[in-house]
Design a protein around this ligand. Structure first.
Ligand SMILES: NC(=O)c1ccc[n+]([C@@H]2O[C@H](COP(=O)([O-])OP(=O)(O)OC[C@H]3O[C@@H](n4cnc5c(N)ncnc54)[C@H](OP(=O)(O)O)[C@@H]3O)[C@@H](O)[C@H]2O)c1
Length: 290
């Protein structure tokens, strides 16, 4: 029997990180997981990263840590780049030194979003906000530093833990407001691929088993507007509450959002039989499990 893969996970407390822990930790025959929170490793500090990662012989390091507050990134540019770009570089250097696969979790926001069709892995990124720019810089730094990397782009995630950086997730916010009887207005002209972190954890497992490298899009399949997503969430949760559809121009934010950042993968079918289910199925599973 082969040895379990030694995997370090950075960002273990996060929305995605928590689901990676839940999926990988019990599988002791296949994975030996070291779950690292920000208290264990601050990726902005190269010496700490080096100390934590190079003293053990990890086969894989998953970097799920990020500064994810998209609007705050516009002002807090230093923090965005220190975590999402320099942090990614620090992790990639340590991976190179121990010959570990460096897995960097990235985002649909690397794309401009000015076309109607979904983005594939071969489309050229061209971000329109600081968050997307810092994450794309992270991707470049990882690729430039180590030849053994996997960049997994996901989008608009929802998971049991809720994004710690965002204080919950969109689905929970909608349900909470609807239950409180608050008026709801949601944009209906921004499109994306909602993605369940539970599914991303399983996808990562399949990708590691397949020895995948390069850039891969790992969103749930299909796409919708935020209004459609919110309506589906309330309907699945059996909550009757009106949601007004508004254009993005009526909901100004500090950071400009891509109008269509839906992701699709040309690579996945070439690598693994694992398929990401539709966002509707994933949302139904989430609502049932919450
Ligand atoms: N949320 C989305 O909609 C979305 C969409 C596309 C891509 N992504 C990507 O998916 C990944 C996971 O996001 P998420 O939604 O799970 O976000 P999250 O819940 O905010 O998790 C991010 C984690 O990173 C940790 N972290 C922040 N700064 C750190 C630092 N300097 N050193 C070490 N750890 C640090 C946070 O720790 P604390 O909890 O202690 O702050 C948190 O546990 C990120 O790479 C993100 O860019 C997210």
């Amino acid at each position: 029997m082969s040895q379990p893969l030694k995997v370090a996970l950075i960002g273990a407390n996060g929305q995605l990180g928590s689901d990676i822990v839940s999926h990988f930790l019990p599988q002791c025959d296949r994975y030996q997981l070291t779950a690292l929170t920000r208290a264990d490793i601050d990726i902005r500090q190269a010496d700490i990263v080096d100390q934590v990662l190079t003293t053990q012989k990890f086969d894989v390091v998953i970097n799920s840590a990020a500064y994810v507050r998209v609007d705050d990134c516009e002002q807090e540019v230093d923090t965005a780049f220190n975590v999402n770009a320099i942090g990614a570089l620090n992790v990639a250097r340590a991976c190179r030194d121990i010959n570990a696969l460096c897995v960097y979790i990235s985002t649909d926001y690397v794309f401009r979003g000015d076309r109607p069709s979904p983005y594939t892995e071969s489309d050229m990124p061209n971000p329109i906000n600081i968050y997307g720019t810092s994450k794309l810089t992270g991707e470049y730094l990882v690729q430039q530093t180590t030849t053994r990397s996997l960049i997994l782009r996901i989008s608009s995630v929802f998971g049991k833990a809720g994004a710690s950086g965002k204080g919950g997730n969109f689905v929970e916010t909608m349900i909470k407001k609807a239950k409180a009887g608050d008026p709801l207005k949601v944009v209906n002209d921004i499109f994306m691929s909602p993605t369940y972190t539970y599914d991303v954890a399983r996808l990562l497992d399949a990708l590691l088993q397949a020895g995948a490298t390069g850039i891969i899009h790992g969103a749930n399949s299909g796409s919708c507007s935020w209004h459609e997503f919110a309506s589906a969430a309330l309907s699945l949760a059996n909550i009757q509450h009106p949601i007004a559809a508004i254009p993005a121009s009526d909901f100004p934010t500090k950071a400009t959002r891509p109008m269509n950042s839906a992701l699709i993968s040309n690579q996945l079918p070439k690598i693994t039989d694992f398929q990401m289910r539709s966002w509707q199925e994933a949302l139904a599973a989430y609502i049932q499990a919450r």
